[in-house]
Design a protein around this ligand. Structure first.
Ligand SMILES: O=C(O)CCC(=O)C(=O)O
Ligand SMILES: [Fe+2]
Length: 218
C-alpha cells in the first residue's frame, strides 16, 4: 500500500488525501479504525502530540483522526474553517516541503467594501497572521484561530518571505522562531522559497465516536 492510497475526487479542495483513524458519518461521528503502526508505534506521533498538552481538555485527550494531504508545488488549500465536528484544536505536522499557512477573518459588516452575498460571508483577503510551516514542524491552532478564523495555503510554486518590516513579501508571525538553517538563510538573502512536495498530517479529536465498529484493514 502506498503512502497515499485513497484519492477522493472531487474533494472540496481537490487534494490527494488519506484518512487515518476512521471515516466520518454524515452527522460528523467517527467510525473509528485503528491507526497504522507509524502513527502510534514509531515515531509515535500521537504520544508526542499529546505531550504538548494541546489536547488536555478534548474528549479523548489526544487526536483520534488524521487527514494526510499531499501538495505538489503550486497546490494549496482554499481558506476554510474546520468546523464543529472536532474539538477546537488542530495540530498540523508538515513533512517534506515548507508551506505558508495564512489565517483570515471574515469581513466585518461595517468595513468599507464588505458585501453580504446570500448566507455567504465575505473573507477579508489580507491575512491576520501568516506562519511558515517548516519541514518536520508541528503547528497548533486553537482558541479564536480555530473558532472564528479561516486558514488556507496559497496555490503558488514559491513563497516570497519578507526578511524585515518594509521589505517585500509575506510578513511572518513566526520569523523569529524559525529553526531550519537553509530556510533562514534564503529568507535573509531575499531568495524566494521554492515549494517541493509537502505531506501534511492534520491531527484532530473528533468528539463523537460512533458505536459501529469496523474491522481493521491494516
Ligand atoms: O494540509 C494542511 O496543512 C492543511 C489541511 C487543512 O486545513 C484541513 O485538512 O482542514
Ligand atoms: Fe483546515
Amino acid at each position: 500500500m502506498g503512502f497515499v492510497d485513497l484519492i477522493i475526487n472531487p474533494t472540496p479542495f481537490n487534494l490527494v488525501l488519506r484518512l487515518l483513524g476512521g471515516d466520518m458519518t454524515a452527522k460528523g461521528a467517527l467510525v473509528a479504525q485503528p491507526f497504522p503502526p507509524f502513527v502510534q508505534k514509531y515515531p509515535d506521533i500521537i504520544s508526542r502530540i499529546k505531550a504538548t498538552g494541546a489536547f488536555n481538555s478534548s474528549a479523548h485527550e489526544e487526536p483520534n483522526h488524521i487527514i494526510m494531504n499531499e501538495y505538489l508545488p503550486g497546490q494549496g488549500i482554499m481558506p476554510h474553517e474546520d468546523g464543529p465536528r472536532y474539538h477546537p484544536v488542530v495540530t498540523t505536522l508538515s513533512l517534506g516541503s515548507h508551506a505558508v499557512f495564512h489565517y483570515y477573518q471574515y469581513q466585518k459588516d461595517d468595513e468599507i467594501g464588505a458585501v453580504t452575498r446570500g448566507i455567504g460571508k465575505t473573507i477579508n483577503t489580507t491575512p491576520v497572521s501568516s506562519i511558515l510551516l517548516e519541514p518536520r514542524s508541528l503547528v497548533i491552532s486553537s482558541g479564536t484561530m480555530y473558532t472564528t478564523h479561516l486558514h488556507g495555503i496559497e496555490e503558488v510554486e514559491e513563497d516570497v518571505i519578507s526578511p524585515k518590516t518594509d521589505m517585500p513579501g509575506v510578513v511572518l508571525s513566526n520569523l523569529d522562531r524559525l529553526r531550519d538553517p537553509l530556510i533562514k538563510s534564503l529568507i535573509e538573502r531575499g531568495t524566494p522559497l521554492k515549494r517541493g512536495v509537502r505531506y501534511s498530517l492534520t491531527c484532530r479529536d473528533v468528539e463523537r465516536v460512533s458505536s459501529i465498529s469496523v474491522l481493521s484493514r491494516h
